[in-house]
Design a protein. Structure first.
Length: 608
């Protein structure tokens, strides 16, 4: 009987074990089947990368913010620009552009507007409705002088533009980047321009994007750092795969993915001083051969008096090249060291726009060096790198994006052009970002998904999104790309121009009501001593620091004139300019309004 009882006990235990095993197997099977079903019901290449991502620190729009207001005055003031004629061709170059730049092209003291375009879909004959446009500022209204000036370029596929007096003759010249040969328009001084890119040696045939100017070797001549993107196959038109979208089959071309193409090296064009340039990028180790570059800045990042280079790369690691100044090559050129990894700036995200200013004071950590705001692709968050001086003289950057409430709000967006500017003249830099997705509308893949503009008010400790209350156009969704800032109407506050991919340009006039005052600073001197100069304004509230011509945005250029908010104060205590050649000028007790700072001992070559 005991043997029988024992046998029955073992049988019940085995049954429990088998039931448990079978239950586990059934559960695993159900989980596997569910996972496979979910994968089959959605295409990972088209999946929204922000799905399931939380944004717990999103700010309530406009909470406690001042009434920042913009009005789109483009059409009423004569700027009737529409980007991209013809149907969208679903190619990367068409979806990436274009840029916008402010400069004083006619030397009359106000800011003219140059907008970059392309003459139609790739592979199609040029459309006369396309081409670039130059709008002359006639005292707050604009006149299209593109044809007369000779800067339309229907043969070029436009990307970006910058103004600079490269030959030092007192007139601002214009450099335009293309998918294909670039243009260097020399200003004749009579309202017309001449393309001298081939003769000057800067007609790079690659797909060029951002460009920035500065005298990196301090020989008195402006040099040019040029970003190149990818080796794009213009003839490519094949689809990588076909997906069902909205009940219809659509091919998704690999031509929309930058990872499909090899990167192209950048150029550092050294100005010989005779109207020609030589590329020294590879010799100096700043050619960035593995980077798909979109923006770069020439600026003294470590405060040693020499212009360094920071490069924004898309789906490849960003680069920081420190100018060693006193250490020269056998040719007498300054050497550079790649400090990307040790400074914490080797960012592998998709980086587009770039803006610099000293904003460490928001966290009680001002060090007098440039901090960097960088826009990124969707689900990657924008970045705000604060510079930190390390013991022994080293430099490090720390991403304070989340602390300043800039990260979570950008999870859902693709950021492009940007500007750190004081919109309400309270002495703190605010932030404007042009957003626009590169993802296609699933209901209609002929169009991209529009996104909201960021108008971010600086509270002193964080940024608050106030676009919803900043005017009709600012509150809407757009396919924003290039963005550039200027006080085009000369009323003391900063206005914004935004290129909308395959849409109408927005000219957002700042109509913020405030009693705060402002100081506008303009430098006078040779281009080489002005570009990259450090401008410090001391007020009763503290220090504000900018770098002349070094705030590059995306594929464009802000007006070089700087607008500093003074708050309620009628004057700044002093203005200190540290010129790019190391010299310094100080002006005491500066009243609100406009200040022109000349460089002693140099000819007057600043923009008027």
């Amino acid at each position: 009987m005991r043997r029988t009882s024992k046998g029955r006990g073992m049988s019940r235990r085995k049954q429990r074990i088998w039931v448990s095993v079978l239950g586990t197997l059934v559960g695993l099977a159900l989980l596997t089947w569910g996972g496979l079903w979910m994968m089959s019901s959605r295409d990972t290449d088209l999946t929204d990368p922000t799905a399931g991502v939380t944004a717990s620190f999103r700010d309530a729009e406009g909470a406690g913010a001042p009434p920042i207001r913009f009005t789109d005055v483009a059409s009423s003031l004569g700027v009737s620009f529409r980007h991209g004629p013809g149907p969208r061709g679903r190619t990367l170059p068409e979806d990436s552009g274009s840029g916008v730049a402010w400069g004083d092209a006619d030397g009359d003291g106000d800011w003219d507007l140059y907008v970059v375009n392309f003459p139609g879909p790739l592979g199609q004959p040029p459309d006369p409705a396309g081409g670039n446009r130059l709008y002359r500022n006639d005292g707050g209204r604009f006149t299209d002088v593109s044809e007369a000036a000779g800067v339309v370029d229907l043969q070029g596929f436009g990307m970006g533009a910058t103004f600079a007096d490269y030959d030092g003759d007192g007139d601002q010249d214009l450099y335009v980047t293309n998918l294909g040969p670039n243009r260097l328009y020399r200003n004749r001084g009579d309202g017309t321009f001449e393309d001298v890119a081939v003769a000057a040696g800067v007609a790079d045939p690659a797909w060029s994007t951002g460009a920035t100017w500065g005298d990196f070797d301090r020989d008195g001549h402006l040099d040019l750092y040029l970003c190149n993107y990818v080796e794009y196959d213009v003839e490519s038109d094949g689809d990588a795969y076909v997906m069902d979208i909205g009940g219809a089959a659509h091919g998704i071309p690999y031509t929309l993915n930058p990872n499909s193409f090899d990167p192209v090296s950048n150029r550092l064009f050294r100005n010989r001083g005779d109207g020609t340039f030589e590329d020294v990028a590879e010799r100096l180790g700043v050619h960035n051969p593995e980077g798909r570059s979109l923006s770069a800045v020439l600026c003294d990042l470590d405060g040693d008096g020499w212009l360094d280079i920071y490069v924004n790369n898309d789906v490849s690691t960003n680069r920081l090249y420190r100018n060693l100044g006193g250490e020269v090559t056998s040719e007498g050129l300054p050497q550079f060291a790649d400090l990307s990894a040790i400074t914490g700036t080797a960012d592998p995200r998709g980086s587009m726009g770039l803006s610099i200013a000293e904003i460490g004071g928001m966290l009680g950590e001002p060090d007098g060096l440039p901090d960097m705001f960088i826009t990124h692709w969707i689900a990657q968050e924008n970045a705000l790198y604060l510079s930190v001086r390390m013991p022994g003289g080293g430099l490090e950057y720390r991403d304070k994006t989340r602390r300043l409430r800039l990260g979570e709000m950008s999870i859902d967006t693709v950021g492009w052009g940007c500007a750190l500017v004081d919109l309400d003249r309270d002495g703190r830099p605010d932030l404007v970002v042009a957003n626009g997705s590169t993802l296609e509308d699933k209901e209609d893949p002929r169009h991209l998904v529009p996104e909201p503009v960021f108008v971010l008010w600086n509270t002193g400790t964080r940024f608050v999104q106030v676009a919803a209350s900043a005017g009709n156009q600012a509150a809407r969704r757009h396919n924003g790309r290039g963005l550039a800032a200027a006080d085009f109407d000369n009323d003391g506050d900063v206005d914004i121009a935004i290129v909308v991919n395959r849409g109408h340009l927005m000219l957002l006039r700042n109509e913020t009501k405030t009693e705060n005052r402002a100081l506008k600073v303009l430098l006078r001197g040779t281009p080489a001593v002005c570009m990259g100069a450090r401008v410090e304004v001391e007020t009763v509230e503290g220090r504000q620091i900018r770098w002349w011509g070094a705030d590059v945005t995306f594929l464009g250029m802000h007006a070089s004139e700087m607008v500093f908010g003074l708050g309620e104060s009628p004057a700044a205590k002093r203005v200190i300019v540290t010129w790019a050649d190391g010299g310094s000028t100080t002006v005491e007790n500066v009243q609100a309004g406009r200040l022109v700072v000349p460089r002693r001992g140099t000819p007057d070559r600043g923009p008027r």
